[in-house]
Design a protein. Structure first.
Length: 176
């Protein structure tokens, strides 16, 4: 069951290696030419967080019990708000949130902890924002399909998992 999730997580694990380099010497990295790719710049027209998206994030956050899931959700909410406000056509830094979350959260995802998978499923709203990069096409549906396959039927019923509703959530910003 973990293979579908690993197919998504592996490329993001490569991004997490960059976090390690950054943490070793942030001043050196910030002073280098690569820093231009790390910094977020305000360009274009900001996209406001839609009330229904914000509400869905808050419902998720209020349902969580594990500290790693709560922190990951807070980071995802802040990341999503920040990216939508600073990106002209969707999210410019798709891989940033996976680098921010703790190893404890990723371990819970690897162990298919239901709450952690639900947090990860909400990342689909970032992946589903309009992106005109060929390499990020359909990542939202790939992620949600992997989570749908990883969740046992009993857990899907317990948390009222609805793949179609999550796809609609992921596409909240298409056509905005």
């Amino acid at each position: 069951m973990i293979l579908p999730l690993l197919a998504f997580a592996f490329p993001h694990a490569l991004l997490r290696g960059c976090k390690t380099v950054w943490l070793l010497n942030p001043e050196l990295v910030a002073a280098s030419p690569v820093a231009q790719w790390i910094k977020t710049t305000i360009t274009g027209h900001p996209i406001a967080m839609k009330p229904e998206v914000d509400r869905r994030f808050q419902i998720l956050r209020d349902s969580l019990k594990d500290p790693a899931d709560i922190i990951a959700t807070d980071q995802l909410i802040d990341f999503t708000r920040g990216e939508l406000a600073t990106s002209p056509d969707g999210v410019a830094n798709l891989g940033r949130w996976p680098t921010m979350v703790s190893d404890a959260f990723w371990l819970r995802v690897q162990n298919h902890e239901v709450e952690s998978l639900l947090v990860l499923s909400h990342y689909s709203v970032v992946l589903g924002t309009p992106s005109y990069r060929w390499w990020s096409s359909n990542w939202d549906s790939i992620l949600l399909q992997a989570i749908d396959k990883a969740l046992p039927e009993a857990d899907k019923k317990a948390v009222d998992w609805d793949y179609a509703a999550m796809m609609k959530f992921a596409n909240s910003y298409r056509g905005s």
